[in-house]
Design a protein around this ligand. Structure first.
Ligand SMILES: Nc1ncnc2c1ncn2[C@@H]1O[C@H](COP(=O)(O)OP(=O)(O)O)[C@@H](O)[C@H]1O
Ligand SMILES: N[C@@H](CC(=O)OP(=O)(O)O)C(=O)O
Length: 441
């Protein structure tokens, strides 16, 4: 059997629902369908999930909510009416409206998926199964056994089901919301629980492209990608597949395909255990990145003899709950990379604490740095990769602030000014995707 997840763009309007139906019914093995909330279309620039977030903001600041609630309801009811789906969605909408003042964030934001899945289930003639009854979480982690047991019970009764993505339930039955893009995770978990032969992830691009199509026009598709490569790319901001969705399919080695709902005939990217594929002479597999990092360089003479300094710095970061990547950089210094978040002032306070710490020789802070990662299959066999890319960037006068090639034998990270982010990705793509390199044995 196959698990097929359809993203918000695949269910953005009635037209898209029709395409989904055609795809699902074309293969009997597509038994478990996971769906996101109604997403963006050319006429509707806002995802229902973002509309719900706006609704929550209005509720929390005692502003009027009825206009926003109506807008959300209208989008869903329009699809129902266009497709003549025989479903009294008004009852569900009323229940949500009645809960609006008191309900939790997780409940409210998950309602987009809940309502969309109800519509799709009815439209496909599949059974709607609320994700809260089969994906059970213990804290942030899935309770695998409890979820498997609940899912098996459902599957004994119903073969073909539609499950809303993006949420499950906690032990106390309250809704547990996943991170943004979480329907990818729901699909991957279901594929893992069911040992699916394939996990299909249907979206609005025909596979994973070497670089973000919003930055590079006509970027080449990656036909085959290993779980490890996808992990590195998703971690660094590949928007197309949620990073946390990789582990469930990777653990069970479930082949995963990224496909286009608008063009199923174009095929897509197959993600699998391809690390031992025949080495190609392509310079890189893909490029990803994120803006808005703060780089904190800590200097301490003979640092390797003062391990307590590292402990002190980590304690400050822990105190202010700062998530940071740590990079050793020589005998006398190390750097931390932290993602900036304008609404979180903890980073400024932590930096202040570090600066007044007399044990440290110097604390240098550089803000507004973008990190761009080039992932290359078996980097160790291509030792001159980082140098080659630096040469390309140098030729186009991009000021590279740092290069990190630690730990993984799969990626090189370049730190550049935020303003050079797009240019860096475009440049690496332009040069590297055409460049053929000799591979050492
Ligand atoms: N490397 C990439 N390859 C393909 N798409 C990418 C890449 N990086 C970013 N994207 C963006 O990801 C989008 C698909 O993800 P998303 O908007 O979450 O879709 P969905 O609503 O189907 O889940 C594409 O439309 C594209 O703009
Ligand atoms: N609707 C949620 C979950 C999700 O996975 O959406 P999409 O598949 O449209 O990226 C979000 O916007 O984050």
């Amino acid at each position: 059997m196959k698990v097929a997840k359809f993203g918000g763009s695949s269910v953005a309007n009635a037209q898209q629902f029709k395409k989904v139906k055609e795809i699902v019914l074309a293969d009997k093995k597509r038994e478990v369908i996971v769906v996101s909330a109604v997403g963006k279309s050319s006429n509707e620039p806002i995802k229902v999930t973002d509309m719900l977030l706006d609704l929550e903001k209005a509720r929390n600041s005692d502003q009027a909510t009825s206009f926003l609630f109506k807008k959300i309801s209208d989008r869903l009811l329009q699809i129902r009416d266009d497709l003549k789906i025989d479903l009294r969605l008004e009852n569900d909408l009323l229940e949500i409206k009645q809960n609006l003042v008191v309900c939790s964030h997780d409940y409210l934001i998950s309602r987009g998926e809940y309502l969309t899945a109800k519509l799709l289930a009815k439209y496909l003639g599949y059974q709607f199964i609320d994700a809260s009854s089969i994906l059970i979480f213990d804290g942030a982690d899935l309770d695998y056994q409890a979820s498997k047991k609940a899912l098996m019970k459902v599957r004994q009764k119903f073969k073909n089901i539609v499950v809303p993505g993006f949420y499950g339930s906690k032990k106390d039955n309250a809704i547990h919301l996943m991170p943004r893009g979480g329907s990818d995770i729901s699909g991957a978990i279901l594929a893992s629980l069911l040992n699916a032969e394939l996990y299909e992830n249907w979206t609005d691009v025909s596979g994973i492209l070497m670089a973000d199509p919003n930055i590079v026009n006509h970027s080449k598709r990656i036909d085959f990608l290993s779980y490890e490569e996808l992990q590195e790319l998703s971690y660094m901001g590949f928007g197309i597949f949620q990073e946390e969705a990789i582990l469930p399919v990777r653990e069970k080695q479930i082949p995963t395909k990224i496909l286009n709902t608008n063009h199923p005939e174009e095929g897509g990217t197959l993600v699998g255990d391809f690390l031992n594929r025949n080495i190609e002479n392509k310079l890189i597999t893909g490029i990803a990145g994120k803006k808005n990092y703060t780089v904190i360089t800590i200097k301490k003479y003979q640092l390797n003899q003062h391990i307590e300094v590292l402990q002190q710095v980590l304690a400050v970061l822990q105190k202010y709950q700062i998530v940071a990547n740590y990079v050793p950089s020589g005998n006398d210094s190390f750097i931390f990379l932290c993602q900036q978040n304008p609404s979180n002032t903890n980073l400024d306070v932590a930096i202040h604490d570090l600066k007044v710490n007399k044990t440290l020789d110097e604390v240098k802070v550089v803000q507004d740095i973008a990190l761009v990662v080039a992932v290359s299959w078996q980097l160790s066999k291509r030792p001159s990769l980082a140098g080659k890319i630096l040469e390309f960037l140098d030729n186009s006068r991009i000021n590279v602030k740092m290069v990190i090639q630690e730990g993984s034998n799969m990626k090189v990270v370049f730190g550049v000014n935020n303003g050079d982010y797009e240019k860096t990705i475009a440049k690496i793509y332009q040069e590297a995707s055409f460049y053929k390199m000799k591979v050492s044995a």
